[in-house]
Design a protein around this ligand. Structure first.
Ligand code: 5GP
Length: 177
């Protein structure tokens, strides 16, 4: 399938995703029973995964949505990042960060450090996709949907230059690209 200028092939079907997400939901339910976890969903890409995952969690929980904005969006300089949208007090809360994909881990590390400073009781990570070959950080990923090779993917919330978030399956860049 051609998306913008590149060829993609179906990689993980929506049924495979649904089956795996159901297992993750059960794991989370078991681990957080009675702890009223707070899911912090990292926009934009994680919205589809989060919507499915939360409906597989069968214990009382809260959910909130944040973005990590790099200062460069406003000022054209690199490194400084801030969390946008975190209104909840996370002190003493059991936090589960919901990510669509963890690649090098740079984004996750920023978020993790910023949240850690706010004194949560615990922080764990739930990510749909994880690229172990690219990961350079030490933060443990407790709930992983699929480990994938270091190739570009899209769909199920993940975009390519703003498009393809609405696709039901996850697609991978075709070999020849
Ligand atoms: P990291 O900071 O871990 O290197 O990258 C995390 C972010 O890069 C993700 O939240 C996502 O926005 C983007 N990203 C990394 N790999 C992919 C990929 O294969 N496909 C898409 N669509 N985005 C990716």
């Amino acid at each position: 399938m051609k998306i913008k200028d590149k060829e993609f092939k179906s990689y993980i079907s929506h049924q495979e995703i649904a089956d795996r997400v159901a297992v993750l939901g059960k794991d989370i339910t078991k681990k957080y029973e009675g702890k009223k976890p707070l899911f912090i969903v990292i926009l934009n890409g994680s919205f589809v995964f989060a919507a499915d995952l939360l409906r597989e969690v069968n214990t009382e929980c809260d959910v909130t949505f944040i973005r990590l904005a790099s200062y460069s969006e406003m000022q054209s300089t690199g490194s400084v990042k801030e969390l946008i949208g975190l209104t909840e007090n996370i002190f003493n809360r059991h936090v589960i960060v919901v990510e669509d994909i963890v690649d090098t881990g740079t984004t996750l590390e920023h978020i993790y450090d910023l949240l850690q400073d706010l004194g949560p009781a615990s922080i764990e990570v739930a990510t749909l996709l994880y690229k172990p070959e690219a990961y350079k950080k030490d933060i443990g990923l407790k709930f992983i949907g699929f480990e994938i090779p270091n190739k570009f993917v899209l769909g199920y919330g993940l975009d390519y230059d703003g498009v393809a978030r609405n696709l039901k399956d996850v697609y991978q860049l075709a070999e020849s690209e």
